[in-house]
Design a protein around this ligand. Structure first.
Ligand code: HEC
Length: 105
């Protein structure tokens, strides 16, 4: 994150003199990122995005805790995702909170 901030800052500084020459107002389009932020998001990002986009998660719709636990296990067992037990719990909690249907089973 720190590196990102530095890169952003450098880009801002580099862009400043150019912006001063443009007279009309520049609007930066806001692009909504469809995944829900929240506790555990950083862990999901670190553990799931290395192989595929969030599309696979979002496309499942609202599911039970058991379903999400099963999916994370599937990633670990079948696709060899290097996810620790500690992270697994955080991920399942995140998925169930934001993409859950309220049912444990
Ligand atoms: C090591 C690579 C890898 C990692 C890491 C990984 N996945 Fe996957 N995931 C896959 C592959 C491969 C597929 C299957 C793609 C296909 O079938 O086209 C998949 C598919 C899925 C699907 C679609 C449903 C299904 O059963 O195939 C979901 C949901 C999913 N992943 C969730 C996750 C979540 C949540 C994480 C983070 C905890 C994660 N994945 C991390 C490799 C990975």
């Amino acid at each position: 994150m720190k590196v990102m901030k530095k890169v952003l800052l450098a880009a801002l500084i580099a862009a400043t003199p150019m912006m001063a020459q443009v007279k009309e107002k520049i609007e930066v389009p806001y692009i909504a990122f469809p995944i829900k932020m929240g506790k555990g998001f950083d862990v999901v990002q670190a553990n799931c995005l290395m192989c595929h986009s969030f599309g696979y998660i979002i496309n499942q719709g609202r599911q039970s805790k058991k379903f999400w636990e099963g999916k994370v296990n599937k990633m670990i067992v079948h696709f060899k995702a290097p996810i620790t037990d500690k992270d697994k719990k955080i991920i399942v909690d995140y998925l169930f909170k934001h993409y859950g249907n309220g049912k444990e089973q």
